[in-house]
Design a protein around this ligand. Structure first.
Ligand code: ATP
Ligand code: MG
Length: 633
């Protein structure tokens, strides 16, 4: 390919729309253009990168025995209703784009394909003889992300490889899951990425075990916690650890379990309470008041107690609420602090009356009275005046959940449930409560590890490029995907699913491989492996040597680019560095002697060599590093 024909449009300045380096560089170097929020055109240079990543993914997936397929992106609501995910994906904070066709039938644009594939499995898979089977596709996915950002990192339309495996037993599922773990490690290594595998939350997909693959990078949206011995690594969403020990309250403050009142005006936060009254945050139980909305209309007030130095892990909370109430009340649509704004919205849209002004916010105790927070008529029926058909109603009791760090305190400080007051020396018995203990805390760097308390966790940021799940039988049960076992029994299929964010991976590779001059692609996924540049487009000797070098590289099967533009050498070098071509062959004044310069982009190493030798060096280095098992000059 000749640069003059490449439609190369580079920008000198950073675009205002981009915050992180990889996003800025993708735009500046002419790889992408934004069409709308979270929606990008993949320009020819990026398309080559995506094709190379896809080729590696295909080779490894095919090599594992998986079959490539292509499933529809338009998916009928009915399938998602059968799996119970339609409401969760379309209402509340749901991320599925959905629409009605001309017959008034509802459809969704595929954010993922468990429903479609499982209904196909129900149709196609009949006998144990067909199992196991693993089907994959590489395709555009649609997700109406709440916060699309960072370019291809979190798009609303993006390319994913997704695979779904079906099995006759859990043991067989585990084997394929382990095989996919190996396949994923090879794919990422071949793409030239530094990746860590971490224990992950299974999220809205569901299922039991799951593992994410994280590209370590400062710009990552995820926090990864790892132990120093390397035996434990988890996404913070999922991580477990030992919290730092609490500082006991002085003996004199531990006498009465009901607690002594303490006037604490203007101490509505843990920091103010600590600063103003000398308590250590670990001596305090802080209380959060939240409202959870469920699919069937249930509005549930939730009182959370955490030790004062701890933070709430929202993913753990969502899982706990779903486990307790999901079966009876459907999908958890949202969980939010019970603020004045939320109360207003509840009154206007759902006819539910909660007056937060009447609540002692900032001074809540774990024993907060439920009077104002429940349906006092105890009817659990739709409140009067609410929107017809929404069925919204307040629960008849408050749900109180206590993190283990708070439950373990024997004497603590907490709000007195009246403005301006706390209580000191409180115990759970003194409050008349038996804590309902749930792990709700967010682990932090510095926490001690569960597997070995002499180890501590450290934190790094990561970009999730892949996620593998053991789904179990959740979807197969819902969509009645069964097979006949060897003994002639009808049995439900076991299932796994395995995703890679192909477009996100391309950008993550840049986040890990760039410098001030531009991108610095790993050879295996670079749009072109080498670029031939003649210093002067006016010098016929240079031009003809460059042409011949270019031809010979292509004949050797190298993805080569020839900068044939009539530009200054400096401009051409800058562009080559900006778009990040790994190898550069410069034809300059040495052309008269048949000599050229070979430059390796990653470390700037350069050598003057006779053309034949230069080509040899280039071709053998590129061929060796195509495997992604280490680029070197
Ligand atoms: P995240 O936690 O980042 O929202 P997810 O858990 O929803 O991702 P999966 O459903 O596991 O993602 O999708 C498989 C892969 O697709 C992810 O590992 C990620 O690499 C990629 N991916 C997910 N959402 C997006 C997006 N909005 N834009 C680009 N890639 C994405
Ligand atoms: Mg995920």
């Amino acid at each position: 390919m000749r640069v003059s024909r490449l439609l190369l449009v580079t920008l000198r300045d950073d675009p205002a729309e981009a915050e992180i380096a990889s996003h800025k560089l993708l735009i500046r170097a002419g790889y992408i253009r934004r069409v709308a929020s979270g929606i990008y055109a993949y320009l020819p240079l990026l398309w080559r990168v995506l094709q190379k990543i896809s080729a590696i993914v295909r080779e490894e997936m095919d090599g594992s025995g998986a079959l490539e397929t292509l499933l529809p992106q338009l998916q009928p609501a009915e399938l998602w209703q059968r799996s119970g995910r339609w409401a969760g994906y379309t209402a509340g904070e749901g991320i599925m784009f959905h629409l009605c066709d001309r017959q008034g039938r509802e459809l969704g644009l595929g954010p993922t394909h468990e429903e479609v594939i499982t209904s196909l499995a129900a149709d196609l898979l009949r006998s144990y003889r067909q199992l196991p089977v693993n089907l994959y596709q590489i395709q555009t996915k649609f997700r109406d992300e709440i916060r699309p950002r960072f370019g291809l990192m979190r798009g609303r339309e993006f390319i994913m490889k997704d695979a779904y495996s079906f099995h006759g037993s859990e043991e067989c599922l585990r084997q394929t899951y382990a095989a996919m773990d190996g396949v994923y490690r090879r794919i990422f290594q071949r793409c030239g990425l530094r990746v860590v595998a971490v224990e992950a939350d299974s999220g809205a997909i569901g299922g039991s075990a799951s593992q994410e693959f994280m590209v370590t990078a400062e710009a990552g949206e995820d926090l990864i916690l790892t132990s120093s011995d390397g035996l434990y690594a988890a996404n913070q969403e999922r991580a477990v650890s030992l919290a730092p020990p609490a500082v006991p309250l002085p003996g004199g403050m531990r006498l009465s379990g009901a607690g002594e009142p303490l006037a604490t005006p203007d101490a509505t936060t843990i920091e103010q309470l600590a600063a103003g009254h000398g308590f250590d945050p670990t001596q305090v139980v802080k209380v959060l008041l939240l409202l959870a909305r469920f699919e069937d209309g249930l509005r549930q007030a939730v009182v959370i107690s955490l030790r004062g130095d701890q933070q709430l892990n929202e993913v753990k909370l969502v899982n706990a609420l779903t486990a307790r109430l999901g079966a009876a009340h459907g999908t958890l649509l949202s969980i939010e602090p019970l603020s004045t704004d939320l109360a207003r919205e509840l009154r206007q849209k759902e006819g539910i009356e909660i007056d937060p002004a009447a609540l002692p916010l900032g001074y809540l105790g774990p024993d907060l009275e439920e009077g104002a927070l429940v349906d006092r008529r105890g009817l659990a029926e739709p409140a009067q005046g609410m929107a017809r058909g929404s069925g919204a109603r307040l629960a008849t009791t408050v749900l109180r959940l206590t993190d283990a760090t708070a439950a373990a305190l024997t004497a603590f400080v907490c709000g007195a449930n009246r403005p301006g007051h706390h209580r000191v020396g409180v115990s759970w018995e003194g409050l008349g409560l038996t804590p309902d203990v749930v792990d709700l805390r967010a682990c932090q760097a510095g926490d001690r590890c569960l597997h070995d308390p002499s180890q501590t966790l450290s934190a790094v940021r990561g970009i999730e490029v892949g996620h593998i799940f053991q789904l179990g039988r959740k979807y197969a049960e819902a969509l009645e995907a069964r097979y006949t076992s060897e003994s002639g029994q009808e049995e439900t299929l076991w299932m796994g699913c395995y995703g890679i964010g192909v477009s996100r991976l391309a950008q993550a590779a840049i986040e890990q491989n760039h410098d001030n001059a531009g991108l610095n692609w790993p050879v295996a996924i670079a749009p072109f492996e080498a670029i031939v540049v003649s210093a002067s487009a006016q010098d016929p000797q240079q031009v003809s040597l460059a042409e011949s070098a270019y031809d010979r590289l292509r004949q050797a099967g190298i993805d080569a680019l020839l900068d044939d533009r009539d530009e200054r050498a400096g401009v051409k070098f800058k562009d080559a560095d900006l778009i990040g071509i790994p190898w550069r062959l410069v034809v300059g004044r040495g052309a008269a002697r048949g000599e050229v310069e070979v430059v390796f982009r990653a470390d700037g190493h350069r050598r003057d060599l006779p053309l034949d030798q230069a080509l040899e060096v280039l071709i053998s280095a590129i061929t060796a590093s195509r495997s992604g098992l280490g680029d070197s000059a």
